[in-house]
Design a protein around this ligand. Structure first.
Ligand code: GDP
Length: 456
């Protein structure tokens, strides 16, 4: 798998970033021979892309006083063998002499570097981020490892470097690239999570779905210690078909943990845990409460993590002014979630069961488009038409050449556009392409990633 090494001076947040990337899977200390004792390695997962991440935080302890000592240590194990380095700076502290020294050293190494401006939550570190450009590794990725913000940008920066390796080789366009062998296999049970603020009705909904004659084969101990997954079979009343669903029960996760964190915080934390396991995430709203900032925050996080999102307005049985409520929420979602065009929105009642089957049917469809691969020929036919209809601009008379597009991955769908002078391509043109992919290739409601790449 691709190896990504985290480098930076003490206290910039390397370990926090490591833990964020490794997520649920516990950081393992590799004390086998061959690697340094205190080198921490872990299996990372970034918006669906797997890779191995190495934390160098432990190296500082060997010789905390002198940079040369530390650097020698780093050179010893070296960035050799790493496919990319994440050079972490503290955007609130700005650039320190030690950062500059590390930058100088890194420039001599033979490894692609992505600079990460950490602790940038709420734009706290804008000043430091400006300075960082001067270190010569391009635009830093503003990130908050602690709050999980900026993950999508980090993905966008890393993927052009390690994507091919992480995804198991170049896509040859026929959809059976090595390493994606599970792509053509039938999709397993729909992994579905219900998230939302306290009292939205998550537990009630889950009980309603499972019903009396539920087919329980869980709780699943297999996934991880602290998630509860229930496998059940849902029969679609629209066509009589039976489908497998694995329901991730975040409410159960909470009870099991018996946590006493602040409730508001908790719903975001629950959602975060849930997206680790889910393919489709249902954000449950309470019709008597409407859509609040907190809900949008959860929704954005789900999309940033590359999961398919749908929204259900619960307690529809007691909703007032139903149609204006629905339209109001529809509009607020369109405005608040620029990452997708039109999140699927449903009105349900966990109490009476109304609307739930439609919602589940749509969840399967959503997973299909999230998992879909567009054949390369069709993709490039669309691409050529899009360029013809609206040719890329020629800033200062220099022609930007867009050559072709390929779908590098699914779940979520990921595309690479190849061309030259791409750094001059205006953001607005990039948006034009992304919108076209969504609208015309059937990815309306799922998050898609598009990166630009110039061949070397
Ligand atoms: P959770 O915290 O999201 O798991 O929420 P609960 O499932 O515990 O529900 C919170 C409250 O809302 C309970 O009093 C439920 O009885 C009520 N509730 C849940 N769903 C519905 C619904 O569809 N209609 C009505 N009228 N009440 C509901």
């Amino acid at each position: 798998s691709a190896q990504v090494i985290i480098i930076g001076r003490p206290n910039v947040g390397k370990s926090t970033l490591f833990n964020r990337l490794v997520g649920k899977k516990l950081a393992l200390v590799d004390d086998q021979g061959g690697v340094t004792r205190d080198r921490r390695m872990g299996d990372a997962f970034l918006a669906g892309m797997p890779f191995t991440v190495i934390d160098t935080a432990g190296w500082e302890d060997d010789d905390p006083e002198t940079l040369p000592g530390r650097m020698r240590k780093q050179t010893e194990v070296s960035v050799e063998g790493a496919d990319a380095a994440l050079f972490v700076i503290d955007s609130r502290a700005g650039i320190t002499p030690l950062d500059e020294e590390i930058a100088r050293w890194l420039r001599q190494q033979d490894v692609p570097v992505v600079m990460v401006a950490n602790k940038a939550e709420g734009k706290a570190g804008d000043g430091g981020i400006m300075d960082a450009f001067a270190l010569g590794f391009g635009d830093p990725v503003p990130l908050s490892a602690e709050h999980g913000e900026g993950v999508a940008d980090l993905f966008d920066a890393l993927w052009p470097i390690i994507g091919e390796k992480a995804e198991g080789g170049q896509d040859d366009g026929d959809g059976d690239a090595a390493g994606e062998d599970d792509e053509d296999a039938p999709l397993g049970p729909l992994k579905l999570a219900i998230v939302g603020r306290p009292n939205a009705g998550k537990s009630t909904l889950i009980n309603q779905m499972l019903g009396e004659d539920r087919l329980l084969t869980g709780p699943e101990a297999g996934i991880t210690r602290d998630s509860i997954a229930v496998d059940w079979q849902w029969t679609n009343p629209a066509n009589g078909e039976t489908r497998d669903i694995r329901l991730i029960d975040t409410a159960g996760m909470r009870k099991k943990r018996n946590v006493v964190e602040k409730l508001e915080k908790l719903s975001v934390a629950d959602a975060r845990r849930a997206v680790d396991f889910a393919e489709v995430v249902v954000l449950l709203l309470d019709a008597t409460q409407g859509l609040e900032h907190q809900d949008l925050k959860i929704a954005s996080m789900v999309l940033e993590e590359g999961r398919a999102l749908m929204v259900a307005i619960n307690k529809w049985d007691i909703a007032e002014n139903a149609s204006s409520l629905f339209n109001g929420i529809r509009e607020a979602l369109n405005e608040g979630l620029a990452q997708v065009r039109g999140v699927p929105l449903f009105a349900v009642s966990a109490r009476t069961g109304k609307g739930i089957d439609q919602m589940l049917g749509a969840a399967f469809e959503l997973r299909d488009s999230w998992s879909k691969r567009v054949p390369t020929a069709a993709l490039n036919r669309w691409f050529d038409d899009a360029l013809e209809a609206n040719p890329p601009p020629a800033p200062k008379g220099k022609r930007i050449k867009l050559r072709y597009i390929t779908q590098a991955g699914t779940r979520p769908p990921r595309f690479v556009v190849f061309g030259t002078r791409l750094d001059m391509l205006p953001k607005s043109y990039e948006r034009y392409l992304v919108n076209g992919i969504r609208r015309e290739l059937g990815f309306d409601a799922v998050p898609v990633r598009v990166v630009l790449k110039s061949p070397k």
